[in-house]
Design a protein around this ligand. Structure first.
Ligand code: SF4
Ligand code: MG
Length: 348
């Protein structure tokens, strides 16, 4: 099998405590609520959702920064969920993270050579035969930076160059999986493409697998082979990129798609869908389908007499307010969507 990373029913809950003298637990935040994913060798899975959807918490569990409350993480079929510290350190060699903000994720008091070389100190076995300095030199060259700038400090580089430093640091221990947490969100649009092109080149050369996290479908479109859309801690749609982009079957995905500029003029006839309101708090997710308070489709399907009123006054099908929809196959069996009315959503 070519599956390198498998996530099964992963969940993370946090207690919310309040009180001046005695802190009482007043609520539970379900940041990630039963997510299952597979990542294949040499492929990119794009994970998309608004901020607060739980995608960063998911990423932190994968690299061992957060401990899952439930579920399993398998790397090459081996369960690494409950690894101790030493084993986790070894695992970190396999899974590395590229952080969102290249301005805060690099230590300003360390030179580029120290930042990239530090990985070898943390993972002693990773120092290649030619020695550390040579390896750092090669890494900087590989990510398109001038190796002669090895003694410069982060502030002497542009945002895009700093993200290249972050990528070089991640590559130092020869990982097989990179978790890229919104790696281009903090960069100018003109620079974003260059960093994405670099990631694609590295993937082709090194056979890396990426979990590429973004809040914007258009960023993921270029790089992802498969797409997963997350809302309030749960996956609402997953599939091959073409399936998800051409036959989006969850009303939330359709709304996110509406914000993507359409390259094909024959498809301009689709009405624009505006996503109303903010994401509800993950400590108080709506009943039934988590998306029902913002869904544009549900009000068009409701029977005005028998169905129910949601907080904004719109009538929606009772099933949307009471039954949580499961991910279910669409026209192709590996394209899944979690909506009671997915076929209606795909047709609109
Ligand atoms: Fe909208 Fe109902 Fe589908 Fe949820 S199940 S996305 S509320 S139509
Ligand atoms: Mg690709």
């Amino acid at each position: 099998t070519d599956v390198v990373l498998e996530v099964r029913d992963l969940a993370k809950t946090y207690p919310v405590r309040r009180g001046v003298v005695v802190k009482r637990e007043v609520a539970t935040v379900r940041a990630v609520d039963g997510v299952s994913l597979t990542l294949r060798r040499g492929r990119t899975l794009g994970l998309v959702g608004e901020s607060g959807s739980g995608k960063s918490t998911l990423a932190k569990m994968l690299v061992g920064i957060e401990k899952p409350s439930r579920g399993e993480i398998l790397v090459d079929g081996v369960d690494v969920t409950d690894l101790g510290r030493a084993d986790r350190r070894r695992l970190r060699g396999t899974i590395q993270m590229v952080f969102q903000d290249p301005y805060t994720s690099l230590n300003p008091r360390m030179s580029v050579g120290e930042i990239v070389g530090e990985a070898f100190a943390i993972h002693p076995g990773a120092v290649p035969p030619g020695g550390r300095d040579k390896a750092v030199h090669e890494l900087l060259d590989r990510v398109g930076l001038n190796p002669d700038h090895v003694s410069r400090y982060p502030h002497q580089f542009s945002g895009g160059q700093r993200q290249r430093i972050g990528i070089a640091r991640a590559l130092a221990v020869s990982p097989r999986i990179l978790i890229c947490d919104e790696p281009v969100s903090a960069l100018d649009v003109s620079i974003q493409g260059q960093v994405i092109n670099l990631l694609e080149e590295l993937q082709d050369d090194l056979g890396l697998s990426y979990l590429f996290i973004a809040h914007d479908l258009s960023v993921v479109r270029h790089i992802a082979d498969e797409v997963a859309v997350m809302y309030l801690g749960r996956l609402v749609e997953t599939g091959q990129d073409a399936e998800v982009y051409d036959h989006a079957s969850h009303p939330y995905t359709r709304a996110l798609m509406s914000a993507v500029p359409v390259p094909d003029p024959t498809r301009r006839d689709r009405p624009e869908i505006v996503l109303e309101g903010d994401m509800p708090s993950p400590s108080k997710p709506p009943s039934g389908c988590h998306f029902h308070t913002r869904c544009w489709l549900a009000p068009t399907l409701a029977d005005a007499v028998t169905d129910e009123t949601r907080p904004d006054g719109a009538r929606v099908p009772s099933v949307c307010r009471h039954d949580s929809p499961k991910l279910a196959p669409q026209e192709s069996p590996d394209h899944l969507a979690a909506c009671h009315f997915a076929s209606d959503a795909a047709r609109r």
